[in-house]
Design a protein around this ligand. Structure first.
Ligand code: MRU
Length: 350
């Protein structure tokens, strides 16, 4: 696979190198980020995006804040960590992986502080961020293996947004079975929704699948019903940003509509996620905070001239919640969960 890495730590320079996804597909450009504000900005503006990748970037951000400040006392190190942690946690609200990764970093910090030096603490924080990144790659591969068992050779697969290599450290979640299938000659035909308004499907999914030689066809979001009616889609594969304890799932805006269509046409609808995306503290999807972004992303972004009257009211939620009953199965690194999800997810989280 020739897809560039989403991010990498340059520990000698104290910088996180990220592939600037806001420039794709026109430019493969890397940015070197060293400060909390830079990493916060990269997450907020979707230079680095996708639930697992956001968590990994934030984990490195928390580490770099301490490493680059070179605190002389443990008290200073803890204060700097906690300030960075709090700031990074405000970058985006919906993907629980951000909070999961920051919590994990904090637990490591708490484990180290009693007997450690500042130097030792820094090393431990770097090890923890590295572990989060490495585990993500293994987890995504397992998701791919479990998901591939649900799919058959020659199937048409519809995906939404980008849940691929770019959204994770490797393989992706919803795209992982597609990559594994590609290596094993499954001959999938993939349809990528363009994913208005930020075009993650067109700019990122179509791009990364083409890099890997996968047969991919780009469609506008409003064409999904029509291609399902033609019988071109045998399964819908999506990633997600947060799964509530009852199986309700937040993912990129437009996912709910696809799930309703899939139910109508009798097409299985599969959600893919690492267990770090399951939020057992969230009872149902009603408790998931949905990020709202600037109206300008709908009215002017990507256009040479505004494509809506100046001053028009616009509503721009970045995610929607798909009701658990519309989801055929949730695939994690531990296997395939099916309804009733309150029981199957609880078992999966053990
Ligand atoms: O706003 P984005 O681009 O961060 O939204 C990403 C998604 O909705 C993905 O489907 C989700 O994070 C899963 S990534 C493996």
């Amino acid at each position: 696979m020739q897809i560039p890495l989403t991010m990498k730590l340059d520990d000698e320079k104290g910088e996180l190198i990220i592939l600037d996804q806001s420039m794709l597909p026109n430019e493969v450009k890397y940015l070197r980020l060293s400060g909390t504000e830079e990493i916060w900005e990269a997450i907020q503006t979707l230079r680095v995006r996708g639930a697992p990748a956001i968590g990994i970037a934030a984990a490195y951000g928390a580490y770099l804040a301490v490493r680059n400040a070179q605190p002389s006392t443990m008290e200073d190190a803890i204060r700097i960590f906690m300030e960075a942690r709090a700031r990074l946690a405000t970058s985006r609200p919906t993907a629980v992986n951000l909070f999961w990764a920051l919590d994990r970093m904090q637990k490591r910090l708490e484990k180290e502080i009693s007997q450690s030096s500042v130097q030792r603490l820094c090393t431990a924080l770097r090890e923890e961020a590295d572990a989060i990144r490495k585990e993500d790659a293994q987890v995504c591969r397992c998701i791919g293996e479990h998901s591939l068992e649900l799919l058959e050779r020659g199937w048409g697969l519809l995906t939404h947004c980008n849940a691929g290599v770019l959204a994770t450290s490797e393989y992706g979640t919803a795209l992982a079975p597609i990559y594994l299938g590609q290596n094993r000659g499954y001959g999938f035909r993939v349809f990528a929704d363009e994913t208005r308004p930020l075009l993650q499907g067109a700019r990122l999914t179509a791009w990364e699948l083409m890099q890997a030689g996968v047969d991919v066809t780009l469609i506008c979001d409003n064409m999904a019903a029509s291609i399902m009616k033609k019988g071109w889609v045998q399964a819908v594969l999506v990633g997600c940003d947060r799964i509530a304890a009852n199986g309700d799932t937040a993912n990129k805006i437009g996912t709910l509509g696809l799930a309703i269509l899939a139910a109508h046409f009798g097409v299985p609808f599969y959600v893919h996620a690492p267990r770090s995306t399951i939020d057992m503290n969230c009872a149902t999807g009603l408790e998931i905070e949905i990020e709202e972004r600037a109206a300008e992303e709908i009215t002017t972004k990507w256009y040479e001239k505004p494509m809506a009257p100046e001053g028009v009211k616009a509503f721009n939620p970045a995610f929607d919640v798909t009701d658990a009953e519309l989801i055929t199965a949730i695939v994690t690194e531990k296997g395939v969960a099916r309804q009733p999800y309150d029981r199957s997810l609880r078992a999966m989280m053990k």
